[in-house]
Design a binder for this molecule. Structure first.
Ligand code: CDP
Length: 212
């Protein structure tokens, strides 16, 4: 199959990864959770200790290898928090650009989820989805996910963290999170995972018909 790119953006813990993985499995697309790239840089920075230095972060970003996005600890709270600070550094973002752009153009189709997929990484994507949900619903889902992976925290902390990250992600000078006019809005507040995936899959099928 020729190129077909699905760009998924949205705020923290909205269900982008779950939907992205499900679409990839159903349509045979490759999937990239781009948040893992920023998390991997953050984890390495934290492991190295010391203060945040933009040049150092950019070198880590440039030298990432595929195994880095499978490292243990990428979902830890300090890593999550640090990832959104690191994501505001222009040199870090530019070091990760080529890899993501070429991933988005793979033969056989690709689905990428993140914050700047429709705006920066794949502005020509055949399908753009903006996935969101109310804050407290996102926090509850993230709390459950964390507790299933053995990370114990509180609802209040998770909610405060995701609000802070959303604010930072939406207000940074570069590649800020925003919904583009051509993105389909998928509000998952009242939807089960299966329902959200069905809506996204229907949108893929519709675009398939339109571009073929
Ligand atoms: O899973 P969750 O939605 O909580 O976060 P994530 O997608 O793993 O992203 C972690 C952080 O990386 C975000 O808060 C953003 O600051 C940053 N990020 C970004 O700037 N651009 C992307 N394309 C993906 C993530």
């Amino acid at each position: 199959m020729r190129r077909f790119t699905v760009a998924i953006d949205g705020p923290a813990a909205a269900g982008k990864g779950t939907i992205g993985r499900a679409l990839a499995a159903r349509f045979g697309f490759a999937h990239l959770d781009t948040g893992l790239l920023y998390r991997a840089v953050a984890l390495k920075m934290l492991e190295a200790g010391g203060p945040l230095d933009a040049g150092h972060a950019a070198r880590i970003a440039r030298d990432l290898v595929p195994a880095d996005i499978e490292a243990l600890g990428l979902r830890r709270s300090e890593v999550t928090r640090e990832s959104s600070r690191i994501a505001a550094i222009p040199k870090v973002r530019s070091a990760l650009l080529d890899f993501q752009r070429s991933f988005s153009r793979r033969d056989g189709g690709a689905v990428l989820d993140g914050r700047d997929i429709a705006t920066v990484i794949a502005p020509d994507a055949e399908l753009k989805l903006y996935v969101t949900a109310e804050d407290d619903v996102r926090a509850r889902r993230r709390l459950k996910e964390l507790s299933n992976s053995g990370i114990h925290t509180t609802f209040g902390k998770v909610l405060a963290d995701l609000r802070e990250r959303d604010r930072r992600d939406q207000n940074r000078g570069l590649a800020a999170l925003r919904r583009t006019d051509d993105a389909i809005l998928l509000d998952t507040t009242e939807l089960s995972i299966a329902q959200a995936v069905e809506e996204a899959a229907a949108a893929v099928n519709e675009r398939f018909d339109a571009v073929r």
